[in-house]
Ligand binder design. Structure first.
Ligand code: DNO
Length: 354
C-alpha cells in the first residue's frame, strides 16, 4: 500500500507540501485542479505544473480526488455526450503524467453532508457531525446556508460556492431522476470511459454516499455492500473500482467494514481510512482515527486490507481540528498526520506479526 494525503493545491490549501513531506511514510499527495468546472477537459499544462510542484517537493502525484462528474451525466441529460468525451480526454491527459487512480462520486446534488461543522468534543477538539433529525428540520436551504457560511472561509469539497449558487436548478434537474435512472446513467458513463481507462492504465474509484442513506428525497446508489456490488457489475472490469471510504460507509452500523473490504478485494483502488462515532442509526460525529475513539475497529480494517493483499493507496480522512489549528472542516494537518502515524503503526505491526 502507499500512504497519501489529500492536498488542495498551493492556492487553496493552508497546508504546504514542505509540511507534508515531513510526515513519515508518506509517498505522495492526492491532488486536484479545483478551478476547472466539471464537464471541461483538464489541460495538460495544468496537470504538468501540478505534478512538477508535487514532485519537486519529493512527493508523488498518482491519485486525483476528484475529477467531478458533470450533472448532465448524472441526470442523463442532453449534453452528456460532450462531457463524457471531455472526461475521457482528462483521463488520457492525467495518465500521461503518471496518474493511476481517479476518485469521483455519483451523488445527486450534494457531495458529503453534515448538519454541524464545528462540534466540540470533551477534549476540546472540533469535529463535524450529522443527525437525520436536524437534517429533516434544516431542509435543503438550511444545509446550504450552513456550508455557505463556512465557504466564506474555506471552500469545502463538493460545496464550491459557484456550484451551490446554482443549487436550485440542480435540485430541479434531479426531480425526475429515480434510483434506477441514476444507476442506468452511471452504467452509460462507465461503459464509455472504462475502455479509455483500460487503454491508459487508469482506475476509476467511486466514492460511497456520505452519509450512506437517502437524503432530501434524492436517490443514492452507493450506500452499502449490495449497492457497491451492483455498481461494480455495471462494467465488470478491474478499472471500474471503489474508493473505500471507511467513515462514509461506517456511519451506518449495518455496514460491516472489514467484511466489505474482504468482499470487494481487488476492486478497491483507494481507501479512506478513518473512524466515526455512531450515536444512533441515523446520527454520528467524527472522531480521532483510533479504534477506541469511535465505532470502527481500525485494526480490523487495516488487517482486512493487508490480508487481501491491498496494493492501492490509503489516505487518512476527516481529522479533528486540534491544537488551535484553523482549516477546512475535516482537512487540517495535525489530526490527519496523527491518523497517518497510527495507520503506519498498525500496518507495521500487522506485517511483522505474520
Ligand atoms: C469528503 C470527500 C468527498 C470526496 C468526493 C469524491 O471529504 O471524501 O468530498 O472527495 O465525494 O468525489
Amino acid at each position: 500500500m502507499k500512504l497519501t494525503f489529500r492536498w488542495f493545491g498551493s492556492k487553496d490549501d493552508t497546508i504546504t507540501l514542505a509540511q507534508l513531506r515531513q510526515i513519515p511514510g508518506l509517498s505522495g499527495v492526492v491532488g486536484t485542479v479545483s478551478d476547472i468546472p466539471a464537464g471541461e477537459v483538464w489541460p495538460k499544462q495544468r496537470i504538468a505544473a501540478l505534478k512538477k510542484e508535487v514532485n519537486d517537493a519529493g512527493l508523488e502525484l498518482e491519485v486525483i480526488e476528484s475529477v467531478n462528474v458533470h450533472d448532465s451525466i448524472k441526470t442523463g441529460s442532453p449534453g452528456r455526450g460532450r462531457c463524457i468525451e471531455n472526461y475521457k480526454a482528462t483521463i488520457r491527459n492525467l495518465s500521461e503524467y503518471g496518474v493511476k487512480v481517479i476518485c469521483y462520486n455519483f451523488m445527486p446534488v450534494f457531495d458529503w453532508v453534515r448538519t454541524v461543522l464545528y462540534k466540540a468534543l470533551d477534549d476540546g477538539s472540533i469535529v463535524s457531525a450529522f443527525s437525520q433529525a436536524d437534517s429533516d428540520r434544516l431542509d435543503v436551504d438550511g444545509v446550504i446556508g450552513l456550508f455557505m457560511e463556512d465557504a466564506k472561509k474555506h471552500s469545502l469539497p463538493g460545496w464550491e460556492p459557484e456550484r451551490i449558487a446554482h443549487v436550485k436548478d440542480l435540485i430541479n434537474a434531479y426531480k425526475e431522476v429515480s434510483e434506477d435512472d441514476l444507476v442506468a446513467n452511471l452504467k452509460y458513463f462507465l461503459e464509455r470511459i472504462i475502455p479509455t481507462c483500460e487503454e491508459c492504465g487508469v482506475s476509476m474509484a467511486i466514492h460511497p454516499d456520505d452519509p450512506p442513506w437517502d437524503l432530501f428525497g434524492f436517490p443514492r446508489i452507493a450506500r452499502n455492500a449490495d449497492d457497491l456490488e451492483r455498481l461494480l457489475g455495471l462494467v465488470d472490469s478491474p478499472r471500474n473500482g471503489l474508493t473505500f471510504c471507511c467513515g462514509a460507509l461506517g456511519a451506518s452500523a449495518k455496514n460491516d467494514i472489514p467484511a466489505m473490504i474482504r468482499r470487494f478485494a481487488g476492486r478497491i483502488h483507494f481507501a479512506h481510512v478513518r473512524n466515526v462515532k455512531i450515536l444512533s442509526p441515523d446520527s454520528f460525529h467524527e472522531t480521532a482515527h483510533l479504534s477506541s475513539c469511535g465505532s470502527l475497529d481500525v485494526y480490523e480494517i487495516m488487517k482486512a486490507l493487508h490480508d487481501t493483499g491491498f496494493e492501492g493507496y490509503i489516505r487518512p480522512d476527516h481529522g479533528r481540528m486540534i491544537w488551535g489549528e484553523d482549516g477546512r472542516p475535516g482537512y487540517g494537518l495535525f489530526d490527519r498526520a496523527l491518523g497517518i502515524a497510527y495507520i503506519n503503526g498498525l500496518w507495521e505491526a500487522i506485517c511483522k506479526g505474520r
